[in-house]
Design a protein around this ligand. Structure first.
Ligand code: NAP
Ligand code: COA
Length: 290
């Protein structure tokens, strides 16, 4: 398959130059996936890997040109179908329209990946109520809005798979991340609640919690450069930061029949990071210029 040129910058998401299959190339043949925030970063790589495995994909976010450009790249490299959608996960009507458009264009949705999120580093003492609420609304409420819309339209009658992108922030508590840690912990709870409630409808719901992932907006915003220059990644149990492909392969597994008996879990894809990484960082707290 052809590949476009990778730039290594977070501002320009490109498909992989080369890809070696670890799973059957037909793993998701004929399936339809809906991926929020699929125009950039981890979501973009998940869309690419799903498409390389035969899945047709809808990617939705607020920035129309971002998702349109991403969809073109994905179609060009994988030869699959990709629908770009403009939507804000905080707005129920926009989410519902995007789901309807996906069904009309690609067919009923089989897999939902809730990947859209917002984050920034901010000490709790400086964080406004609106700042906290904004992250809760994008991450937690956005995940609920999208999951509910897809469940009602597609999953209730015929089952389906939900993969929620969360994080390890709240497992031990981390400085400057009270908003995101709470939002992601709430999504992990949602994962368990919905797994129990919708298991009888043949709906599987799991969380996927990445650690530090190279070449992402998340890493750029959350002190990635500082952590790299401090040599933190070499000190992780697996000795490196993760790649977007590491996360995409885990998402592919959770979305595949190989995970048919897995529901209600949070799968950590972090190289053991949360077990050993310091979570206090007192030396970076005063400036927070990362
Ligand atoms: P990213 O590229 O910034 O991805 C976030 C996406 O969400 C963007 O495409 C953004 O697109 C979309 N988005 C934001 N607000 C939205 C809204 N209100 N409605 C619809 N879409 C919205 O960041 P990333 O680093 O790849 O992160 C992807 C996921 O992995 C997130 O859930 C993040 O919390 C999680 N994660 C990442 C890391 C990491 O190291 N990168 C670590 C742990 C967890 P628009 O701006 O166009 O809306
Ligand atoms: N530090 C402290 N507070 C901040 C902040 C920061 N770096 N960035 C935003 N906020 C606060 C704002 O000050 C505002 O509250 P206020 O009016 O009380 O000051 C509130 O958050 C909402 O900000 P706004 O810019 O209006 O929100 P938005 O909905 O346009 O954008 C964000 C949402 C802030 C999360 C924005 O960073 C975003 O769109 N992120 C998406 C990409 C991303 O975060 N990727 C990484 C995923 S891990």
């Amino acid at each position: 398959m052809a590949g476009s040129r990778s730039t290594n910058y977070v501002d320009s998401d490109d498909c992989l130059l080369e890809y070696s299959y670890l799973f059957s190339p037909d793993l998701l043949r004929g399936k339809v996936a809906f991926i929020t925030g699929g125009g950039s970063g981890i979501g973009f790589r998940i869309a690419e890997i799903f498409m390389r495995h035969g899945c047709n994909v809808a990617i939705g976010s607020r920035n129309t040109s971002r998702v349109e450009i991403a969809a073109k790249k994905l179609v060009q490299v994988t030869g699959g179908r990709c629908l770009s959608l403009c939507m804000d996960v905080r707005h129920v009507d926009e989410v519902s329209s995007a789901v309807e458009e996906t069904v009309a264009s690609l067919g009923l949705i089989d897999i939902l990946v809730n990947n859209a999120a917002g984050n920034f580093l901010c000490p709790a003492s400086s964080l406004s109520s609106k700042g906290f609420r904004t992250v809760m609304e994008i991450d937690t409420l956005g995940t609920f809005n999208t999951t509910k819309a897809v469940y009602e339209r597609c999953f209730k009658a015929r089952g389906g798979i939900v993969v929620n992108l969360t994080a390890t922030l709240g497992l031990r508590g981390q400085v400057m991340q009270v908003h995101a840690g709470c939002a992601k912990a709430a999504i992990d709870a949602m994962t368990r609640h919905l797994a129990v409630e919708w298991g009888p409808d043949a709906v599987r719901v799991n969380s996927l919690a990445p650690g530090p992932i190279e070449e992402t907006e998340g890493m750029r915003r959350l002190g990635g450069s500082w952590a790299r220059s401090a040599g933190l990644f070499q000190k992780l149990p697996l000795g490196r930061a993760g790649s977007k492909l590491d996360v995409a392969h885990a998402a592919l597994f959770l979305a595949s029949p190989a995970a048919d008996y897995i529901t209600g879990i949070t799968l950590l894809v972090d190289g053991g990071s949360w077990l050993t990484t310091p979570n206090a960082f007192p030396d970076i707290l005063p400036s927070a210029k990362l």
